[in-house]
Design a protein around this ligand. Structure first.
Ligand SMILES: [Zn+2]
Length: 251
């Protein structure tokens, strides 16, 4: 399928736009996209954000990976937003980032059994150092936005990390895959809670950025080992060299 055909707009989460404004007023600052003083994301930059999503296969594709969908290429304003939330803790960006993630989750997803959004787990040490877990935050907000848009969606911190995983930065695709193999596990408490609700559940692995796809693949493996059906990987953005930027309207 050609990326960019994707699907149309996602317009959930209007209430949160108001909250976003409150955050901006409290925190002040400048637009992460164009540096205009005021809101963390000015109306101009906000208006240029993608509203749909498209498949975003990494190259090479990790064997067995379910279809990954991204709302954007990892570039420009979206990249600045991801880094702003992650590294500078600009919490007001969580809402627009969640809207992008929600589009990646819901675009062309067939209707059917309930969907559970599962954030890729971060290392506890990193979460402590940052003071927050951005992937978890935007996943929870995306679930809320989709729910308010009428989707049967929940979120669950189903995945945990085993010990011995080193930082992925600086590793090539093969090294990443080796580092990650067997590094995630399904947490029994949240799994029991999910299964107690009964019925079929479809899992969507959620992350902020897709690079080689090895993290997403490991998350998929762990969920499948826990007996869950993984139907999609959903990310805010995919690295541009692995995704045709013009296909997402960002060229
Ligand atoms: Zn701007």
């Amino acid at each position: 399928m050609t990326a960019g055909v994707g699907c149309g707009g996602f317009d959930g989460g209007m209430t949160e736009t108001v909250l976003d404004g409150v955050f901006d007023l409290v925190l002040g600052g400048a637009c992460v996209g164009c540096a205009r003083p005021g809101r963390l994301l000015c109306r101009g930059c906000s208006g240029e954000l993608p509203t749909g999503a498209a498949p975003a296969w990494p190259t090479p594709v990790p064997a067995g990976l379910v279809e990954p969908w991204a709302a954007s290429a990892y570039a420009g304003t979206v990249r600045a937003m991801v880094l702003g939330l992650k590294e500078r803790r600009l919490l007001g960006l969580a809402v627009p980032l969640a809207r992008l993630l929600a589009a990646a989750v819901s675009c062309e997803l067939p209707r059917g059994s309930p969907v559970v959004l599962v954030p890729v787990p971060s290392r506890p040490r990193v979460v402590r150092a940052r003071g927050h877990d951005p992937t978890r935050t935007i996943t929870a907000r995306a679930a809320r936005q989709l729910k308010s848009g009428g989707h049967d969606v929940t979120t669950s911190g189903l995945l945990g990390l085993a010990r011995g995983v080193v930082d992925q930065a600086g590793l090539d695709a093969g090294e990443r895959a080796a580092n990650l193999a067997g590094s995630m596990r399904v947490r029994s408490g949240p799994l029991r809670k999910l299964l107690r609700a009964g019925g079929e559940v479809r899992a969507v692995v959620c992350d902020d950025v897709l690079t080689t796809g090895s993290t997403a693949r490991e998350a998929q493996r762990a969920l499948e080992a826990g007996g869950l059906e993984v139907v999609r990987i959903a990310v805010v953005a995919a690295t541009p060299r692995r995704m045709a930027v013009q296909d997402l309207g960002l060229s």
